[in-house]
Write a protein that binds this ligand. Sequence first.
Ligand code: PA5
Length: 468
Amino acid sequence: MITLDCTNVSNKVIGEQGLDLAQCFDEYAPKIQEIITNLNMNKDKPGAWLQWMNLGYNEETVWYVKEFAAMVDGRFDNILVLGIGGSALGAMALSEALLKPYWNLLDKEKRDNFPRIFFLDNIDPDEINGLLDILDLKKTLVNVITKSGSTAETMSQFMIIKDRLYELLGDDYRKNVVATTDKQAGILRQLANEEGYKTFVVPDDVGGRFSVFSAVGLVPLALVGLDIDEIIKGFKIMDLTLKNTDIKKNIAAQNALIHYLMDKQKGKYLSVIMPYSSRLKYVSDWYAQLWAESLGKEYNRKGEKINNGPTPIKALGATDQHSQIQLYNEGKNDKVITFIRVDEFDNELAIPNIFEYTGLNYLGGKSINRLINAEADATATTLADFQRPNLTIHLPKINEYYLAQLFYMFEMETAIIGELYDIDAFNQPGVEQAKNYTYALMGRLGYEESAAELKEKINRNKELMESI
Ligand code: PA5
């Protein structure tokens, strides 16, 4: 199992900037017990948005995903995922972590004949054009993913790509499309029905950022040969473990409570996530979205304006030791830093002892594995010396089983801390507003009122600027 090391948040180690963990765990034990019990009791309640807790038990989906992957096996050179936010980040983070590094640059044999995988999660015209220049669309399976079925970024990408596919393949283009969307609502579902695309469902009551264990994540991962049974196994074992209502045995609850108290009692509201592995780089992106969209809320459940704001920051070890750590050690003491440490890498890489006569001989003969983990330990201890709270998550290895544990643990941590803050962690009203303004600016039917409101605001702001 993955484990959480809380040593460097204890006041015994970092003094008054730390927490008396035993006391905090005891004090909050009843609250945590209540939260975990309620989450489990309400998980099937329609509208509670807790269906993500059931995703690992959906055997039918897993079966259909595997069947589809087997059916298209060998037919495509590329998988192109179109999606944004929660519809892209999970599969992006997991494929980057789990596939061999530089996957898309490897020849087919080294990829065990599985396709390359690309994600378009932005609408940069140069990037899209660049990608279309290098992809043979005839040999590309496009997985368009949008729960709402109408997100402007994803659907505009899809319109461009569908058009090109149609030019190349005529009516057969649909064989190169698989859509993942709501079971009945939304424009993409309507299109899929009309055009006859193969489809997968984003289950009800699962928000995008909690959807990685649904078809949203599983389809792209299975298509490139990753072991989704192991992912499900990792989900299930972590789910079982996190059903334990005793905070002393529940790492998601510990992680949530520590972050909550650090924010509320110590003014440390910034949450830095820093894996010591390049393969885990996008895990930080996924975590940042999960944390930011779930916890950044204007109102609590009582309707009081609180502007809740624990703020995620992405970092990468060891790279960012040479960029951010100076600030974390000596700057404002307003952060909790979480390291993800990989205990055993896939490769053991020896540093040759070639410069014996120089000051580099302390490196020669050691492994680079030892160096990266020594740096992780050294950074954690230095931060503790500076009284900076930090946690370490130990990942025994980078594989499907442990990463699924990690992702589910973060999801549960987010749900628990949301309850501690007394906010709705599963909506995103702040995103919807900007989405609506975009529709208005692009002249979407039904958004005329928003368009008028927006124009008025823009003009008023301009006038204000001119008067300065
Ligand atoms: O987590 C979320 O709910 C969001 O980030 C969505 O995933 C994102 O806005 C994309 O939405 P959709 O899947 O409807 O295209």
